[in-house]
Design a protein around this ligand. Sequence first.
Ligand code: ZN
Length: 125
Amino acid sequence: MTTARASCTAIRKNGQKCGRTALVDGTDRCFWHSDRVSDAERHAAAQKGALVLRQRSAVPAVADVRMRSPESCPQLLEQTVEEMKTGKLDPRTGNAVSYAIGTAVKIWEVMLSNRISRLDKMIHG
Ligand SMILES: [Zn+2]
């Protein structure tokens, strides 16, 4: 059988009850209002949350550039590297985008090579 966890009874700056789920330490306080959580722990958690939000919000910036032509690839690659360097884009996503760019360039190389072959046959028979 499960028991519903208590809600935090702390009063927020706006005068309303916090209402977040209380910790399982027997108190009626959440992580952000518990006396048993140090300021350092709260600070670390807040920073981690902010980093996750930064990483999530950064993904659409790279996604704005489309791989419509070979000419767009250098710009997309440059933006991807820049956003990875500044920590706006997580390396996993950055590596995936870089890999996709490399694959697209190879596809365009093959397409270009086939086109040259066709033109060569038209000219020289
Ligand atoms: Zn609370």
